[in-house]
Design a binder for this molecule. Structure first.
Ligand code: ZN
Length: 366
């Protein structure tokens, strides 16, 4: 008898939904193989809006009576069966110590806000589990200076492109030889070079920045509004490695959170030596520019536009991720790039190709 009650209890447990979502709560996509389709109405027969990959974050707007939920995924709203939702857990970095004044308020746009304002660029020369700088060696000294040259040319180029839209851009404070407080070295225990966009790696870098770099002080000292952190790794020349960026545009925004926007810079991309265009490309992500050579569910770029660019091979800086040494003088800062970093409100391609909103339109400052 006791056993029967107990088993009844367990059966009941199974019947009760594992998690009751309150309206407005966050949830993640779960219990699927790869993705769940966001649908236009609460029925599996309804037209699909967009694919939401496993683990992506959504906001539950309303729970329907038929076992579906109305959710928001980035700028899209639609319906998904309850069973594909799991409770969202706080996995973001929590500081181990709070160094007063170190974090900066990021608002909706991360630490790199508007490209027309002045930006501080912090250099972090980092070792990780498998890569190492030996700055007593000439080769590594040269590589470090090569990074400095690329950054210099990249920042100047970005400033000149901004000047086409704004008469008085604030430019970049970047030179760590001139300003020693922009230069850091650190040894990460994580395997950063093999962890492109890996959450644990991202949190390790965010944590380091949070605890060790006096960001607010640097902004005040240089009269700047934005700050970007470049993490330079001394990785070997391998097809496996490329530079990447952690920027707000590919993440759901949590306005009260400290969201440092950082670029991980490696010396070679697809066997080519790193160059100014790579630096400019990665840093432009921090200001809101999307990759144009591919799309993904959290991008505003439709596949048909990517296909069009691929067949027409435009020289857009964001249409590639590997560059030749001289590319910075030939690549284009297009009207689409200008639109996505907020220098214009719209452009011809937005209407023609149905380009999605910019970060400034998605998350207006309040
Ligand atoms: Zn990119």
């Amino acid at each position: 008898m006791k056993l029967r009650i107990l088993s009844l209890f367990f059966i009941l447990l199974l019947l009760i939904p594992a998690f009751a979502f309150a309206d407005g709560s966050r949830a993640v996509i779960a219990n699927c193989k790869e993705y769940v389709t966001l649908r236009k109405s609460a029925s599996s027969k309804a037209a699909g809006e967009i694919r939401m990959p496993l683990g992506e974050q959504v906001t539950v707007l309303e729970r329907m009576k038929n076992g579906w939920a109305k959710v928001r995924y980035f700028d899209r709203t639609g319906y998904v069966p309850d069973k594909y939702l799991a409770p969202w857990k706080e996995t973001a970095y929590t500081p181990r110590k709070s160094a007063s004044g170190y974090p900066v308020y990021c608002g909706n746009y991360g630490t790199a806000k508007h490209i027309e304002d002045r930006t501080v660029v912090v250099a972090i020369f980092a070792d990780d589990a498998t890569t190492h700088w030996d700055l007593s060696k000439t080769a590594d000294q040269k590589l470090q200076l090569r990074n400095r040259f690329n950054l210099s040319v990249g920042c100047t180029w970005l400033t000149e492109q901004t000047r086409r839209y704004r008469s008085d851009p604030g430019g970049f404070v970047w030179d760590w030889l001139e300003h020693s407080d922009l230069y850091y070295t650190h040894t990460f225990t994580e395997d950063i070079i093999h962890g492109v966009n890996n959450r644990q790696v991202t949190n390790a870098i965010v944590g380091y920045i949070h605890e060790n770099i006096p960001s607010r002080k640097l902004l005040e000292e240089y009269g700047a509004d934005s700050i970007i952190y470049n993490v330079y790794l001394n990785a070997p020349n391998s097809q496996d490695y490329r530079s990447w960026t952690n920027a707000v545009l590919y993440n759901a925004v949590e306005p009260d959170k400290y969201v440092p926007e950082f670029c991980v810079i490696v010396p070679y991309g697809r066997g080519r030596e790193n160059n100014p265009a790579t630096l400019a490309h990665e840093m432009l992500h921090c200001f809101g520019a999307y990759d144009l050579y591919e799309t993904n569910p959290s991008s505003s770029i439709p596949q048909k536009y990517v296909n069009y660019l691929m067949s027409h091979k435009p020289n857009d800086l964001m249409n590639r991720c590997y560059f030749s040494a001289s590319d910075i003088v030939t690549v284009e800062f297009s009207e689409v790039d200008a639109y996505y970093v907020g220098l214009t409100d719209t452009c011809a391609a937005v209407k023609k190709w149905g380009l999605g909103p910019t970060i400034f339109q998605r998350w207006p400052a309040n």
